[in-house]
Ligand binder design. Structure first.
Ligand SMILES: NC(=O)c1ccc[n+]([C@@H]2O[C@H](COP(=O)([O-])OP(=O)(O)OC[C@H]3O[C@@H](n4cnc5c(N)ncnc54)[C@H](OP(=O)(O)O)[C@@H]3O)[C@@H](O)[C@H]2O)c1
Length: 331
């Protein structure tokens, strides 16, 4: 089977495309024949050894895929060879085969394409957990989404609307904001660290926003925190623009909370709750209530190009890689 392999840590260009032996499942494992693999920002970090997950070398990046069950290890129940599944595999997904434990698999709903299924768990899963469990967002509240034209950002627009929030999307280009509006954003901000606070004030008549969803950090975090309403919840999702340092008087003055969101740790610590949230997401995907915004389907061979686009802030929405099995299946 072919796989995109990191033999040493480094930028996307250091990855190699290799022919490797087919995978054999150990007891309790499932081998999935990959049709589609979504590209996420953490994939750009894991290959450079700048992420909290540190797989031993050599490894393939790729944290989530959709495909077909190819082989079952001893003792696996609940799945059969031939089942269409989503796998939240953490790494190994940029390959024609990947191994995952059954508790990280979910069925691909009938009528849903493999690319859309592959692009569900990491972004929408994180956001579902963030908005519902961490922020307990209520209908009518105002949600500000930073980096709103990216993978997690677009999922926050869609799920925010689904949960009844008024959504303000902030991103760095008109093209990204056009997609945000298409996906349901009520208002948009073409943001810079300098204009963000005033734009929030303008759009909320000085009241501020109830929830901030921040996958960006850097110099955007402080103006966003300053733009919060009393009792607000600031969701710390990620740091594509760097890890910010924030003055501790701000949460006091705003009476607000800063809440860390670590979806992977949540999944490990609370497997039953994780499975329940995941089942809800899969239902929403089946009903068409969430629609991953796939803007590019690239062949597996172009994994380095896809990672470069994501790391370089050029990607809009989701990029999904397809294997030979997944080609021609569409989004
Ligand atoms: N907490 C969790 O459990 C969890 C789970 C999944 C992902 N994450 C994290 O969430 C973050 C976003 O992931 P994603 O998949 O949504 O990424 P993405 O699709 O690449 O979107 C991230 C957005 O960040 C903005 N950005 C600002 N400065 C940037 C820079 N210097 N380089 C790249 N992007 C920059 C870009 O929007 P603008 O150009 O509009 O600013 C970009 O669209 C990552 O840090 C990831 O590790 C966390």
């Amino acid at each position: 089977m072919r796989a995109v392999v990191a033999r040493r840590h480094g930028p996307p260009e250091t990855l190699t495309l290799e022919d490797l032996p087919s995978l054999v499942p150990a007891a309790g494992e499932v081998v999935v024949a990959v049709h589609a693999a979504a590209v996420n920002f953490p994939d750009t970090l894991i290959i450079e050894d700048r992420y909290q997950l540190k797989p031993p070398l050599p490894f393939s990046p790729g944290g989530e895929v959709a495909g077909v069950v190819k082989a079952l290890g001893q003792g696996v129940t609940g799945f059969a060879v031939g089942d269409r599944v989503i796998a939240a595999c953490r790494w190994g997904g940029f390959a024609e085969e990947v191994i995952a434990p059954p508790d990280r698999l979910a069925p691909v709903p009938r009528g849903v394409g493999m690319a859309a299924a592959a692009a569900l768990m990491m972004t929408y899963g994180t956001t579902h957990y963030a908005l519902q469990e961490c922020a307990r967002i209520a209908p009518g509240e105002t949600l500000l989404v930073l980096g709103a034209g990216g993978g997690t950002g677009l999922s926050a627009i869609e799920l925010g609307k689904l949960m009844g929030a008024r959504v303000i999307a902030a991103a760095s280009s008109r093209e990204k904001l056009a997609l945000c509006r298409d996906r349901g954003a009520d208002e948009t901000i073409l943001y810079t660290p300098e204009n963000l606070r005033n734009e929030i004030r303008r759009l909320t008549q000085d009241r501020g926003v109830d929830v901030v969803y921040d996958p960006v950090g850097g110099d955007y975090a402080q103006p966003a925190l300053r733009g919060m309403a009393w009792g607000g919840r600031y969701l710390v999702i990620g740091f594509t623009a760097g890890i910010p340092k924030l003055p501790m008087n701000l949460p006091l003055l705003k009476g607000c909370s800063i809440v860390g969101v670590f979806y992977g740790a949540f999944a490990k610590r609370f497997p039953a709750r994780y499975a329940a949230l995941r089942a809800q997401l899969v239902d929403w995907l089946a009903e068409g209530r969430v629609r991953p915004a796939i803007t590019a389907l690239l062949p597996l061979e172009e994994a380095a190009k896809a990672l470069r686009l994501v790391a370089g802030r050029q990607a809009i929405g989701k990029i999904v890689l397809t294997t030979a099995l997944g080609r021609g299946e569409g989004g």
